[in-house]
Design a protein around this ligand. Sequence first.
Ligand code: ATP
Ligand code: MG
Length: 173
Amino acid sequence: MKKSLLMVNTGAGKGKTTAALGTAFRALGHGYRVCVIQFLKGAWTYGEKISAERFGDLLEFHVMGRGFTWTSDDFEKDTALARDAWSLAREKIDSRAYRLVILDELTYLITYKMLEEAEVVSFLENRPEEVHILVTGRNASDGLIRAADMVTEMAAIKHHYAAGIQAQKGIEF
Ligand code: ATP
Ligand code: MG
């Protein structure tokens, strides 16, 4: 039976975005079109930008926002940007042009209340039958977890950063 899945990669450990990209790699291998929307500026690094170009029209990605954080000096402006990004995501999902849509770091927009959880969850629950959705980001909210078909929590058992090891090319960026 074919089914469109709502999947969530969450938790404090490393691997949420890279596992999503691994899923994209798998889907692209079948010739499926994939759309990645990155809700946080800078979350998509050079390595994947260069790789993405090699897939041509099959893989599309959008970088939204300007670094939504608690350090934001203009919440109203960031919220407006978040809403624009969310509106693009809805448009891409509703277009049914992609087999997989990755919403990278979407959880933050819910955590910071730039988007209303109920609105996001209700839209994702009513996704088209032929579109898989993969959400990444820490602290996935309860409603999102309830609505999802699959939730994986990456646990930070150990990270090289704690030992003072800088981000490595090909691993971190
Ligand atoms: P990745 O993109 O490597 O899969 P991620 O999506 O799980 O990571 P994010 O919260 O998006 O994690 O943060 C991305 C960056 O933060 C990566 O450079 C990653 O190495 C680093 N990072 C992730 N988890 C940890 C951690 N537990 N401690 C320190 N740095 C981390
Ligand atoms: Mg990430």
